[in-house]
Design a binder for this molecule. Structure first.
Ligand SMILES: [Mg+2]
Length: 246
């Protein structure tokens, strides 16, 4: 008879950004540079990056300068973008370890789905903004996951992190941009590049730098092999503070 205590099985959750993280380029931005007035698109993108515009304001401004373009043409354009091929390694790694992986994007579902289907990984859960066709020949953006209190992001990634992970679980965040800054801070292990990395360095938030998903998987293998794994204290505090606010 085995009366020894079974070690508690660690539960991990992986949250991953899409544009510039899974894909090499930011498809959301490239769409407007290609099919909108390029100069105006560049100016708006700059104002979003500098936080002069909120994401919702920015997306709405970008859709205003979008020329009339068919969904077929957009789809073809989307197909010209590559993903980081090593992302497939992370998908296999997550499956092998039965880890749920969720894509959180402040971009749009139609191009994310297009890419995931092409890559045969369409079963991954995605939370993102959406487009609707209103018959004008121009798609219109809708933001089903906007937070009522905080207007910074179009899709509140933080809420998805909180709603999809328990306090006893180890949360992993992988991202590269300004919409990743907030949700990453609620996670235990942060993989950061580009502006997310700059933020972590400046604010002394513990993170792992990465160039591609091979780096991420190698690091995760090391972490998973550890006998003891500590949750990130600052992330725990942030969660607690959020619960207090209700
Ligand atoms: Mg990104």
């Amino acid at each position: 008879m085995n009366i020894g205590l079974e070690p508690l099985k660690r539960v991990y959750k992986i949250f991953v950004d899409f544009d510039g993280t899974i894909t090499k380029q930011d498809i959301g931005e490239q769409l407007f540079l290609q099919y909108g007035d390029t100069e105006k698109a560049e100016a708006i993108i700059k104002r979003i990056s500098s936080r002069e515009l909120t994401f919702v304001e920015g997306w709405k401004a970008l859709f205003e300068i979008l020329h009339s373009v068919s969904i077929d043409e957009l789809t073809n354009f989307v197909h010209s973008f590559e993903i980081d091929k090593a992302f497939h390694r992370l998908v296999s790694f997550a499956r092998e370890h039965q880890i749920e992986m969720i894509i959180l994007s402040d971009g749009f579902e139609f191009y994310i789905r297009t890419i995931l289907e092409r890559e045969n990984i369409a079963d991954i859960t995605v939370y993102s903004n959406r487009l609707i066709e209103n018959g004008s020949g121009k798609p219109k953006p809708v933001f089903p996951y906007r937070d009522e209190e905080c207007k910074d992001c179009a899709n509140c990634k933080r809420n998805h992190v909180i709603e999809n992970s328990g306090d006893d679980e180890f949360t992993i965040y992988i991202g590269n941009g300004s919409s990743d800054v907030c949700p990453a801070q609620y996670c235990d292990f942060i993989f950061a590049k580009d502006s997310l990395r700059k933020f972590c360095e400046k604010e002394k938030v513990t993170f792992f730098p990465y160039d591609n998903f091979n780096d991420v998987v190698s690091k995760l293998e090391t972490l998973f092999a550890k006998k003891r794994l500590k949750k990130r204290h600052q992330a725990e505090l942030r969660r607690k503070n959020l619960y207090k606010l209700g």
